[in-house]
Design a binder for this molecule. Structure first.
Ligand SMILES: Cc1ncc(COP(=O)(O)O)c(C=O)c1O
Length: 373
């Protein structure tokens, strides 16, 4: 079979030292998964406790795939997040593309943070609306873009950024949205379970939830399951049921998955001990990381479990990640083109099950290797 066209693109990837491969877990100390609270690692959800639930939904929610448990769970999660209504999607990726491709119309404008996740960008690409990115977390640039926007305006940001771990200045963003009559859409993927007294997310922690047009929470990260919910008004929910293609044209999540999500929403709100320990680890990482200076490594400021050590160059960051793996530390390098050139990094994820000693060991190993490099 002639697959030269595939080889050509794959060779380009190899030449950039950016070829991706699937790896199996090998039991190293986990500084890479999104299981922030250890719900998966510690098997806190026992699927055996739901023996009678179905493993297949048999169709789209609009055909044979709707059922009582998913409707109830949407109501419970919406209530937990203080929203009028919620609609469950099969993943955060589906939720973002389904929301952004269907709501803004041709005459509208989407303004989004330049570091937005691929699922946000793909949703925008599928929409007919005009779109502009604004400089990461810059209210000045956002306002400039808002001044030029036409039609219904939608502003999109993550609340906790997936690669840098920093938080969006959401209070300022909301003020600008209100000034320019824009609708705010926030992606709380990395805030869910982690930020707020009960892990409700950043908007609720700041009491800003009622001023959002839509909030998206995922279940695949701290919640330890799979799927996502879009929260908003009942009208928005009805709209998505009617127009959102990634909701309509796919088989619904099965009962067994929804029961797991429901179980997790009964567990993670009470995991304050885990959230407090995470805060201690973040403090330790930032404090110790700031103390040591090398020209070719920069620990970025972050108050969340996502920490980034910038090590410019695909080769450099890959080599360092391999050295950490030899020291039994699982840290993944994030390469160009996933991040911009010069911003290649180790993406370090702290978890409630990591110990203070493990974090110290990680930092010492990073800096020992940079010294030798
Ligand atoms: C910010 C952000 N939004 C959306 C997603 C997609 O969520 P999911 O993994 O549930 O598809 C991710 C994770 O990959 C993410 O980091």
């Amino acid at each position: 079979m002639d697959e030269d066209f595939l080889h050509k693109k794959l060779n380009e990837r190899e030449q950039q030292n950016a070829f991706r491969k699937l790896r199996l877990p090998d039991g190293k100390i986990d500084f890479s998964s999104n299981d922030y609270l250890g719900i998966v690692k510690n098997a806190l959800i026992h699927e055996q406790s739901f023996p009678d639930l179905k493993h297949g939904a048999t169709g789209s929610r609009l055909l044979s795939g709707n059922y009582e448990l998913i409707m109830q769970t949407e109501k419970l999660i919406a209530a937990f997040h203080d929203a009028e209504a919620g609609l469950i999607f099969n993943s955060g990726y589906d939720a973002n593309i389904g929301l952004l491709s269907s709501v803004p119309q041709r005459e509208d404008t989407i303004v989004y943070d330049q570091l937005s996740h691929a699922s946000i960008r793909d949703g925008i690409r599928l929409s007919f609306a005009q779109s502009f990115s604004f400089l990461h977390n810059s209210l000045t640039d956002l306002e400039e873009k808002l001044r030029a926007a036409k039609g219904n305006i939608f502003v999109v940001t993550e609340t906790v950024f997936s690669m840098d771990g920093d938080m969006a200045p959401v209070a300022g963003i909301i003020r600008l949205c209100e000034k320019y009559k824009a609708h705010l859409i926030v992606d709380e993927a990395h805030a869910t379970g982690v930020i707020g007294n009960k892990g409700e997310g950043l908007m609720q922690q700041l009491g800003l939830q009622k001023r959002c047009f839509a909030r998206m929470h995922t279940f695949g990260k701290a919640v330890g399951c799979h799927g996502a919910i879009v929260l908003g008004t009942e009208t928005l929910r009805n709209y998505l049921i009617n127009f959102s293609r990634s909701f309509i044209y796919t088989t619904a999540l099965p009962e067994i998955s929804i029961a797991a999500i429901d179980a997790s929403y009964k567990i993670f709100p009470g995991m304050n001990k885990e959230r407090n320990h995470l805060q201690q680890l973040i403090g330790l990482f930032q404090e110790e990381g700031a103390r040591i200076h090398y020209p070719d490594i920069e620990i970025m400021k972050s108050e969340t479990p996502i920490q980034a050590a910038i090590v410019p160059g695909n080769d450099n960051v890959r080599k360092l990640a391999a050295q950490l793996a030899e020291a039994n530390l699982d840290v993944r390098p994030i390469l160009y083109p996933t991040v911009q050139k010069g911003k290649e990094r180790l993406r370090i994820v702290l978890h409630s099950f990591n110990s203070m000693d493990e974090v110290r060991q990680l930092l010492e190993t990073i800096f020992m290797h940079r010294q030798l490099a």
